[in-house]
Design a protein around this ligand. Sequence first.
Ligand code: NAD
Length: 332
Amino acid sequence: KKLGIALVGLGSYSKNQLAPALQQTQHCRLAGIVTGTPAKATEWTQKYNIPAKNVYDYKTFDRIIDNPDIDVVYVVLPNSMHAEYVIRAAQAGKHVICEKPMAITEKECQAMIDAARKANKQLAVGYRLHYEPFTQEVMRLGQQKVFGPVKFVEASDAFRIGDPSQWRMKKSMAGGGALMDVGIYAIQGARYVTGEEPVSVTAQFSPKTEPEKFKDVEETIFWQFRFPSGAVSTSTSSYTAGVERLYASCEKGWFELAPAFGYGPLKGRTSKGPIEMPVVNHQAAHMDGVCKDLLAGKTLPNHITGEEGKRDVRLLQAIYQAAETGRTIKLA
Ligand code: NAD
């Protein structure tokens, strides 16, 4: 059996990554769509052979409760809308996958976790890299101290953003700028190569070079974590120019991924030579990984669930607080 997934929000990520990936998955299939645009409904039902009864808009969405074809609802909306649709999906008795960042505030994350728990359903976050072999290898190298303890990490993710009118440039919809969108990958990277949770953070905004374009959100932000072992990390995230790298310097060597966070193929090397791993479709591997566990009735691994999403949202907020106040923020 394959689980039926309904995609909520048919924007760029659904159209260009998730729907094509769902043509390759073994444990799930594209069974339904939720869209506010009738023309997209027509296009998608034809292209992917989706029956009309599995098509919803944002008003009719809650009726998905009566649809046995849909096992999992995948929320792929602007960040500020994640909480509402995840909660409604859980209330409709469906498992949920929510895109990153899980939400804008920790409070929303908690409400989402509570809704899934109350419905006795599972909640995963779109952390595709946890199912990606190059990433799994650097997690192993760092967490198992293959080159000795990790001493410092450089983790950065940035790109030059196009259309300034998009929701990503509106604080109310995105929760912030580059940090919310791609900086979260650098946070994840520092956490998964050390296998530790940061104990404090400092951060700085860069001066804006395009103040009109970046009226509402940061252009570039830098932050530094300190970890319990004494390891430290430094990160950059930006919407003004690109970088995509995860580097860990250890007592007896180093390893890195560059590119480290995009759709792949990722590329890696260590102080001993290249990292060789199979290249996979990230989205297919992620959805299959989640759905395989759901089909087996297993509890999803903690590092891809709502609890993990909430940990990152808490760190996103702490980074902004550190940059705004200039103070070191302690993380209990
Ligand atoms: P997008 O702008 O391309 O799509 C957003 C969709 O939401 C559109 O179909 C739009 O019509 C719909 N929408 C509904 N109500 C809206 C409203 N009030 N305002 C704006 N749009 C509205 O965005 P995207 O790139 O597909 O990103 C969607 C989510 O997926 C975001 O949370 C993003 O962070 C996440 N994402 C994750 C990855 C990943 O690699 N895991 C990659 C890209 C995006």
